[in-house]
Design a protein around this ligand. Sequence first.
Ligand code: ADP
Ligand code: MG
Length: 698
Amino acid sequence: MEKVPEFFGCLVFDDRVMKANLSSEVYQSLKKTIDQGAKLDLSVANAVASAMKDWAVEHGATHFTHWFQPLTGITAEKHDSFITPSPDGGVIMEFSGKELIKGEPDASSFPSGGLRATFEARGYTAWDPTSYAFIKGKTLCIPTAFCSYGGEALDKKTPLLRSMEALNRQALRILKLFGNDEVKYVHTSVGPEQEYFLVPKELYDKRPDLIYTGRTLFGARPPKGQEMDDHYFGVIKPRVEAYMEDLDNELWKLGIYAKTKHNEVAPAQHELAPIYQTTNIATDHNQLTMEMMQKVAARHGLVCLLHEKPFAGVNGSGKHNNWSIATDTGVNLLTPGETPHENAQFLLFLCAVIKAVDDYQDLLRIAVATAGNDHRLGANEAPPAVVSMFLGDELTAILESIENDTAYNATKKKTMKLGVDVLPKFPRDTTDRNRTSPFAFTGNKFEFRMLGSSNSIACANIMLNSAVAESLKIYADRLENVEDFETALHEMIKKTIKDHKRIIFNGNGYDDTWIKEATENRGLLNYRTTPDCMPHILDEKNVKMLTSHGVFSEAELHSRCEIMLENYCKTVVIEANTMVDMARREILPAVEGYAFEIAGAAAAKKSVDADIPCTYERELLKKLSVLTDQIAHRTDELDEAVMKVKSLADVEDEAYGIRDTVLSKMCELRAVADEAETVTAEKYWPFPTYGELLFGVR
Ligand code: ADP
Ligand code: MG
């Protein structure tokens, strides 16, 4: 077995490979493009493409693809082989700079939310040289952005790159004010912790709900769930261990820094976290990680479920987006400093995030809104739908002292004057213990915990980067021309704290009293569902902010809103249709079959001796009949509700209809079907049970 450092990144056209395979001029020129976004000329592109192809062919690749992230939320690829006919009837392997830089997949089947109607139908993919090309199977994958011919983004990467650039622009202005002239660029980093479930493939194959929707739509509670708390960080079963090992190896080959793995709270639930990376690359890597999780599972006779809520009554899966801002000189701007000067800078960036999260709570909520995630947020297993921030007691005390010009430490009577005082040393540990906050400061980074497990992390980071860029812009506009920088800075930070302290909450986010306090006293937003929040992406303040930083055009925002609502509707309608199908074609016949057997047993007994009372059979039959009637009736009702919303012309109306009728009809049907499961003989029940699914991997 090869050692990890020897094979790490072996499938990646990374810096090491570039240095070894490109002439020094070409390498320097490409490096300039990667680091500074300099334009690449065609001769350089040709040289890079040729080296990439040689390297890929050497590693067994026959095809290349522009790998992109359309608004479906997953990745897309169309494979082209390298073959080019040669005059002698054979082929040679070729790949040009033009093919590397730009591709033209047929865009018409990807969601465009109206952009297609107004602009050209075709789209193009454009190479993102900041994310390394890699080999998957026999294909060289080139990370690309995906746009319409009018330049409108049809993907998640384009606005993400724009948001990183927006934050870079504004952060550099701020750093200049603090005399940091040597910093060339500022980027955000992300480490996404990814949760998932593993279930046996042979059981999965018997559940149409898992196959069509990724989650169970029926299923009575098993005798044992997660109540014993014996799974979290528990000993990993050998079969899961083998899976994780295989997964780590695959990810390492792809240059992904898979670092931590452990069992999660629910049975059959696990987590993987990589070491953090530049946001753009972290996003690509997270998409690849999710793909590999599913691929590797198949090799082990398992299925990896990435749905936010695969099992009712059992914790769902999320993703923690650990986020920080750093300079190219290696300074994390969210690390409390050692000197008064560094402190002031830290507090300014901290305040920029506080202001951003408060001003754009809605955008953060929107960024994580999907039909699947609606089941988790606020269900006492994940943060509520109300966005708030955890800073920890020490930092909160310091902010209070700045706000009120009072001592932050009653015994030592110390006050904080920006630019004069140093921050007290507070142990980082104490800032990391609140697990219920949607947005927690954890010592030198923020952890945004509302993301669903299947979400692309792009959306959350687009909104976060843009909102923080906006705070920084407002600060820079104010500070760039003042005479007394320190006083102005102090006043500005004070004002931020005063205006935005309502977003800070260090208590238990799962507590109902908090929701009351947050919404009634503090005026924080509580968008429970996707249709509640999504249309607010078009609120004037949001459009203004996102367009002013060049992250989205107004047309792009309209298209995204429509696509997200469409996704929501389609997801729930598929679920509802699956339920109707399962109920009519499998559950009802199963319960009837069992009733028939019981009736037969009673008749047989009676034929032997008419005086046998058959009380058990009689009672059970009555119960089964009532349940089948109810299942049949509620199935019809659900079917009707779906047809009704489907007939609505407007996607927003359809989404509201789903929220208000379809989802509750689904719950009603499920309740009676699950009850039927508990009284129907096991051999009749058509689907593997929750118990089998959750405890089936041994
Ligand atoms: P936990 O939240 O479970 O305590 P860790 O503190 O180990 O876990 O970190 C979780 C994730 O945060 C990891 O992916 C890690 O690489 C990432 N992380 C650590 N430091 C930073 C940082 N400065 N910026 C962004 N992510 C970070
Ligand atoms: Mg964490």
